[in-house]
Design a binder for this molecule. Sequence first.
Ligand SMILES: C[S@@+](CC[C@H](N)C(=O)[O-])C[C@H]1O[C@@H](n2cnc3c(N)ncnc32)[C@H](O)[C@@H]1O
Length: 163
Amino acid sequence: MGKVKGKHRLDKFYRLAKEHGYRSRASWKLVQLDSKFSILRSSRAVLDLCAAPGGWMQVAVQRVPVGSLVLGIDLVPIAPIRGAISIEQDITKPECRARVKKLMGEHGVRAFDLVLHDGSPNVGGAWAQEAMSQNALVIDAVKLATQFLAPKGTFVTKVRVRF
Ligand SMILES: C[S@@+](CC[C@H](N)C(=O)[O-])C[C@H]1O[C@@H](n2cnc3c(N)ncnc32)[C@H](O)[C@@H]1O
């Protein structure tokens, strides 16, 4: 049998995520970040950009104060997560900004304490091309964070680098 590669690799983080009932091995990245920097326990409003299938949202709802807003956005639908809401939007489009603003108004949220971004464009292709598209998505995430983050809020993003 061939080796399992890429997103489907069945490594330690995949197993840990499964054991804890998380939807993605990515959840473990947020668990680790939160253990180190305690970014969730004081966040009353969390915006999760490129959030499907919802692993980071699952971690967030467990760790934010009761009654907080956890809003996930992705191009593809996110199966419901108790305590969170999600919308299908492209984070690079102005409509996305408008939807977020509307939802903030409906939930009485003036700004997000935490903006998360774990986006990966589904483009495929050569490493350099993929890295460029991924990092372009980071710029869009930064733009949204600039607009919606509270003063002294926290922005977390994945960046593709090669050493
Ligand atoms: C690695 S997954 C995110 C995993 C997620 N953090 C979790 O814990 O389940 C990357 C996501 O980025 C989304 N994505 C890529 N480009 C996007 C865009 N322009 N707008 C919204 N979502 C996007 C993809 O649909 C994909 O679901």
